[in-house]
Structure formats: structure tokens, C-alpha cells
Design a protein around this ligand. Structure first.
Ligand SMILES: [Zn+2]
Length: 205
């Protein structure tokens, strides 16, 4: 039976975890009797390390308990693309598994070994549609455009965004190496690292 998760990150870690648990179960069943005794024994040691448990039964019990806690994370409508935003705050309890299962954290983004699944790294509200993330406010030194008539008259990207989303109070930019575009909406700052042209598309500006 496939479980339904709100968070893709939970889904990926669970998929990989269940797959590794099956490996552990199979190895215990074979009892290292084939010709591959040494490689089997090594694989088993790695699995024990990954799950922090000495056998399949206790590893499965603990891992499933952790995953079940994350089955229904809070959701809300993304104010920018109307997609689903998920609050990944509680996913912090999966952090040890992400590391053990080979999800590496590079400049805040988690990716699996095949680079198929890339997570943008925030353990907060995140939209799967347009990849907008709840974030910290911009630095004190950052340039901030306020949603005021004077700015809306200017031919800048912020004015296009303010016209489409009148509720956005302010915008800032941290560039490609930072968090990208920052937007203040309902007392919360959000970030999106897409370039203008992509944002025009996903937010229908
Ligand atoms: Zn969105």
C-alpha cells in the first residue's frame, strides 16, 4: 500500500528507507549463507549503521514511527501560484536519515545520490508548484522595494509583481548566489530563486 504524504521530501526519504529495510530483511533471511558472505556482512553492517538499529525488526519499527508522524503535515494555498504549500518544519526529525541515506546537503539543498530528487533545503513552508519558500527577512544592507505608488510607477520587476499581487508589501533581491527574489506577504518573507522569465511563467505575471 502506498502512503499518501503531503511532503515530497518525506516521500523520497520513506521510499529509500523502505527499500533499504527490504535489503536488511533479505540479508537476515539469507543468514549470509551464500558465496557472498563478506559482501553481505558488509552491507548488513552499513544498514545497521544507517538505521542505528541492530536488526530489521527494530529498524523498521522505529523508522515507520518517525515517518508516520509526518504523514499529514499542515498545508495551505500558495499565495503566488495557488499550488499547495506544505509546512516541512517537523521534517527535521528525518534529518539523521537524510544524511545516512546519502541525501547530501549542498548550499542548503538536499539531493539524493542520483540527483533525481532535489530539495530546496528549507524546513518551513514550501510550495511544490512554484518553489517558493518561507524564509528569513533580507539583510539590513539589502535594497528593499516597498509596494507604494511611486515604486509601482517605475519600470522595474518589483512593480510588475506588486500589480499582480497587491498584498505583497515589499520585495528584495539577493541574486543568483543567494536566495533570489524575496517577497514580504502577510508578515512573512518568502524567497524564490527562479529568474524573472521563469517567474513570469509560473506566477502568470
Ligand atoms: Zn507556489
Amino acid at each position: 500500500m502506498t502512503k499518501k504524504f503531503n511532503s515530497r521530501l518525506v516521500e523520497w526519504v520513506n521510499d529509500l528507507g523502505q527499500y533499504l529495510l527490504q535489503d536488511m530483511k533479505a540479508l537476515e533471511k539469507r543468514n549470509f549463507k551464500d558465496s557472498d558472505v563478506l559482501s553481505d556482512a558488509l552491507s548488513y553492517i552499513y544498514l545497521q549503521k544507517d538505521f542505528g538499529q541492530s536488526d530489521y525488526k527494530s529498524a523498521k519499527l522505529e523508522f515507520d514511527q518517525v515517518i508516520n508522524k509526518l504523514q499529514k503535515l499542515p498545508t495551505k494555498k500558495c499565495p503566488f501560484c495557488n499550488g499547495e504549500m506544505v509546512d516541512n518544519t517537523d521534517v527535521i526529525i528525518l534529518k539523521q536519515y537524510m544524511k545516512n541515506f546519502g541525501f547530501s546537503s549542498f548550499s542548503g539543498a538536499y539531493r539524493d545520490q542520483c540527483n533525481e530528487n532535489v530539495w530546496l533545503g528549507n524546513l518551513n513552508w514550501s510550495c511544490y508548484g512554484c518553489e517558493t519558500l518561507a524564509t528569513d527577512p533580507p539583510k539590513d544592507t539589502a535594497k528593499v522595494w516597498l509596494n507604494i505608488p511611486e515604486i509601482r510607477k517605475k519600470k522595474i520587476f518589483a512593480s510588475i509583481v506588486f500589480k499582480k499581487f497587491p498584498e505583497v508589501e515589499a520585495m528584495s533581491l539577493e541574486g543568483a548566489a543567494g536566495r533570489g527574489w524575496l517577497l514580504k506577504f502577510n508578515e512573512t518573507w518568502y524567497s524564490n530563486s527562479k529568474v524573472k522569465a521563469e517567474l513570469v511563467k509560473v506566477w502568470e505575471l
